[in-house]
Design a protein around this ligand. Structure first.
Ligand code: ATP
Ligand code: MG
Length: 439
């Protein structure tokens, strides 16, 4: 993309309404703009990040055997009356009436709708287990939308739903999703820790929130460093496979043995037993939540399947959410400095920025175009008529993992400066080796 003809409105000033780093940086780097309270438009740079996060989430859901579908944002009120949640949900639900006076709502979540879709078609035990998911916009009329996309009113969520014949099956689905989550977050460069959460009406220990550390997090958290040392993506010895029940068991035991707790569940006596050098604590941001809730919806909505011996059973269900749009803010909270964002390679909007320091200089223009031609869609070419200082500042602010600086002196000798955003190292290299490095 050529920056001169892009809608990437960077700001020098810090917007007054933004209280936390990620919100400030998302506005300053031109990722998003607020269009109503808690509702954001994703501008090209921000949307590229959102899509890359979405892609990682999708790949890991698919790898865990979940099926992608897409349910609508608008739902009929009747479905929610069946489960009893139409009244329970309260003011967070945006209720709408159409021209025929039918009651609709903008979905805050999809348990009712997916249960309805399943009950229309799935009749036999032979068709279970199944896990379905979609990545779709949600609306929750939060009392206090704040921190930009971290607590918005309209936000993008991945929500998955599992259907099993019995509790043992539901446990396997739960563990598969938990493993998928650890892999998903690791691929984004995040150290997410699963923490036991309030399990609601069903009880049991199958409810976990996934929390990442950041100074502006909403809750205080405590955990054992062990979580940070595990490679969830490894397929070798010690790795975990979704396919193996033994692996899933060993994985779940690991996740639930090491100490991890949010404020409300913190147990100082157990904490004392963790070696002092292994204690990690700080503020945490919730980026995902998984829970098992048994037959709450299948029973209230009359979804049953026939068993082998002719009985009818209500499938056991679980829900699994990831805050896709919240993750954009959460990653920035975890990875930024004074100058701006520092994107992990896997979700950076562009892999590299090409900074042409002297437009009109034949060598600078030629080398910049050559680099841009070779790097293609993964490069942002700063071809603006701007001072070098402005280009450096904007590139640091936008946080591309690499910057290729094309200045007149180097260009005359066929060299460019390659800068790594994360560590700040700079290297004078030939155009060819810059390309080899970034290819
Ligand atoms: P919270 O306690 O933060 O309100 P929740 O328990 O309501 O979260 P879930 O219903 O479990 O959230 O939704 C799944 C995920 O969706 C959350 O883990 C979070 O990452 C994300 N999420 C929830 N509410 C919002 C919001 N208002 N804005 C952005 N993301 C959200
Ligand atoms: Mg909430």
């Amino acid at each position: 993309m050529r920056l001169s003809h892009s809608l990437i409105p960077t700001l020098k000033e810090t917007p007054a309404e933004a209280q936390i780093a990620s919100h400030r940086l998302m506005l300053r780097a031109g990722l998003v703009r607020q269009t109503s309270a808690g509702i954001y438009a994703w501008l090209p740079l921000g949307y590229r990040v959102l899509r890359k996060i979405e892609r990682i989430v999708r790949e890991e859901q698919d790898a865990a055997g979940a099926q992608e579908c897409l349910m609508p944002t608008i739902q009929p009120a009747e479905l929610w009356r069946e489960s009893g949640r139409y009244d329970d949900y309260g003011k967070e639900m945006l209720r709408i009436t159409d021209r025929h006076s039918r009651e609709l709502l903008y979905g805050p979540t999809n348990e009712e709708m997916i249960t309805d879709l399943m009950r229309q078609s799935v009749k036999s035990y032979r068709e279970l287990p199944q896990i379905l998911y979609h990545i779709q916009w949600k609306f929750r009329d939060e009392v206090r939308p704040r921190f930009g996309v971290m607590r918005g009113r309209e936000f993008l969520m991945k929500d998955a739903y599992s259907f099993d014949l019995d509790y043992a099956g539901a446990v396997v689905s739960y563990r598969k999703m938990m493993l998928a989550y650890m892999r998903t977050f690791q691929r984004m460069g995040l150290k997410a820790i699963p923490m036991e959460a309030e399990s609601g009406p069903i009880g049991g220990d199958l409810s976990h929130e996934f929390i990442i550390l950041a100074p502006t997090g909403e809750s205080q958290v405590y955990f054992d460093a062990a979580f940070e040392e595990i490679d969830y993506l490894s397929s070798g010895a010690g790795g975990f496979s979704h396919e193996s029940a033994d692996d899933l068991e060993r994985f779940f035991t690991t996740m639930t043995t090491h100490y991890a707790a949010t404020d409300d569940k913190h147990d100082p006596a157990a904490w004392e037993k963790v070696a002092p050098t292994r204690r990690r604590e700080g503020r945490g941001i919730e980026v995902g939540h998984i829970f098992y809730f048994g037959t709450k919806y299948s029973k209230s909505m009359g979804f049953a399947v026939a068993t082998a011996d002719g009985r009818a059973v209500h499938p056991e269900m679980g829900s699994y959410g990831i805050g896709v749009s919240r993750l954009v803010g959460a990653v920035i909270e975890a990875s930024h400095d004074e100058a701006g964002i520092i994107w992990p390679d896997s979700i950076a909007p562009f892999r590299a920025a090409i900074l042409n320091l002297k437009r009109g200089d034949a060598a600078c223009d030629r080398i910049s175009e050559q680099l841009y031609g070779a790097l293609g869609r993964e490069a942002l070419y700063d071809d603006r008529e701007e001072r070098a200082g402005v280009k450096f500042a904007d590139a640091d602010l936008m946080g591309h993992p690499w910057q290729v600086v094309v200045g007149p002196r180097g260009a005359a000798n066929g060299t460019v400066e390659l800068k790594r955003r994360a560590g700040g190292e700079r290297q004078e290299v030939s155009v060819e080796s810059a390309l080899a490095r970034l290819a």
